[in-house]
Design a protein around this ligand. Sequence first.
Ligand SMILES: Cc1cc2nc3c(=O)[nH]c(=O)nc-3n(C[C@H](O)[C@H](O)[C@H](O)COP(=O)(O)OP(=O)(O)OC[C@H]3O[C@@H](n4cnc5c(N)ncnc54)[C@H](O)[C@@H]3O)c2cc1C
Ligand SMILES: NC(=O)c1ccc[n+]([C@@H]2O[C@H](COP(=O)([O-])OP(=O)(O)OC[C@H]3O[C@@H](n4cnc5c(N)ncnc54)[C@H](O)[C@@H]3O)[C@@H](O)[C@H]2O)c1
Length: 477
Amino acid sequence: MDSYDLVVIGSGPAGQKAAIAAAKLGRRAAVVERRDMVGGVCINTGTIPSKTMREAVLYLTGLSQRELYGQSYRVKNDITVADLSARTQHVIAREIDVIRNQLSRNHVALLPGTATFLDPHTLKVADDNGDHREVRADKIVIAVGTRPARPASVDFDGATIMDSDQILGMAHVPTSMVVVGAGVIGIEYASMFAALGTKVTVVEKRSSMLDFCDREIVEALQYQLRDLAVTFRFSESVKEVQRHPAGTVTLLESGKRIPADTVLYSAGRQGVTDALDMPAAGLSAGERGRIEVNEHFQTEVGHIYAVGDVIGFPALAATSMEQGRRASYHAFGESVGGKLGDLQPIGIYTIPEISYVGRTEEQLTGENVPFEVGVSRYRELARGAILGDSYGMLKLLVHAESRELLGVHVFGTNATELVHIGQTVMGCGGTVDYLVDAVFNYPTLAESYKVAALDAVNKMRAIAKVTQTGDYRPLPE
Ligand SMILES: Cc1cc2nc3c(=O)[nH]c(=O)nc-3n(C[C@H](O)[C@H](O)[C@H](O)COP(=O)(O)OP(=O)(O)OC[C@H]3O[C@@H](n4cnc5c(N)ncnc54)[C@H](O)[C@@H]3O)c2cc1C
Ligand SMILES: NC(=O)c1ccc[n+]([C@@H]2O[C@H](COP(=O)([O-])OP(=O)(O)OC[C@H]3O[C@@H](n4cnc5c(N)ncnc54)[C@H](O)[C@@H]3O)[C@@H](O)[C@H]2O)c1
């Protein structure tokens, strides 16, 4: 039986980084993964295909250029699924190659197959072709990720009623689509299909969407999506999805019926823990197959760690990678930076994109933290005009007394890149004054930080002026 210092189950972002971190610490590491899933959901069905498809949609539809060249501007009419998937397949293949290469040059063994616990230190790895082997490990990292939740009441056929894995194999761009669930996946795909000209209806059982984001920005997104003919049905639950020869009908609890070519069911995901035989290792999975861990990512069995989507929120590729690295470091007694804290950015690749770091206005108000808001609009930036982005905005939330940055919220072109400037300032404990005094390249979108910072300090100065000149008269009690 082969023996390793660390065996990782799953080769997604969390598993890869756990294994490579162990290898860098001089440990013998192995990753177990199914032959057709190297790179995990991230590379094969999730982040990478969806983000590549988005890029193809933006390019081929010419959507982001229409402010400059007119509303009829297109790079290609009649965009086909083949147009979209050519780019996707190219990027997936390239990324898998990079991962295989990184693992092999770090001497991490890639063991093909599905892992099952035999006991807390031993795993059976069964390949699809019927072969199996047993491996022993001092430490084990579970990084098995999630798969789309599939309620029994929905008859998924992969052609007209699909989950987010199946959508990548769709045969044609539909003329109409119902998206069930306005979570990140649902809204990202709703944006892409709306940009392609599909008539999209989003059904969401909550009264609003993306509740963790800044409200003003979510409203701006909804406005932009409605402009692309998206219909929102909030506070509505899907009761049943019917398949008919001529298309689908989505039946809502309220009695409404929505006909459409296709349905994308994106109402959450569940942990892929069923194949693991968790009880054999003394473990159990909770609601939706999730595994509970402590701050070091240890499960209830100390030498077994769990990282990535299988432990739940925030379920992002970037956080998964960092959790993987931290779990390995902890397993082998290496120190890591402070707690994986509040400064993890969120990036949502809707059209236009959203990104933020830190707290929202709603959170700060709820916590009675006094703050000032500084806003910069892309339409007032030279780079915004050059790009043809008139709707973008950057918003800074600044502590009214200490002048620290408390949150950065960006909407529009390059939002997911821009957010890192604010993240760095916040991570270094910087104040709004750093941004006021800094010089940014011109013409750039980064300049929006200075504009928003000046806006915030101007408002703060206005308050100070009123209170210091004696003009300020408190209202009678
Ligand atoms: C449509 C979509 C879009 C997304 N977009 C983004 C985005 O833009 N940005 C972002 O940050 N995140 C995004 N995400 C989330 C991101 O993909 C995940 O956070 C990330 O993939 C989680 O990594 P992971 O390592 O936990 O697991 P995964 O990537 O899910 O990989 C887990 C791997 O474990 C393997 N596995 C499972 N069980 C076993 C077993 N018993 N034996 C062996 N192997 C096993 C699976 O085959 C799989 O390959 C998106 C997700 C989806 C679905
Ligand atoms: N850009 C990114 O970072 C990115 C992109 C995609 C996915 N992800 C990750 O993937 C994970 C899963 O995303 P998701 O969107 O599938 O799940 P989710 O759980 O975030 O959203 C599901 C939504 O569906 C709604 N819903 C559930 N049942 C319903 C019903 N019967 N009728 C109507 N609405 C219903 C829920 O209220 C919820 O809003 C997320 O945690 C996210 O972090 C991240």
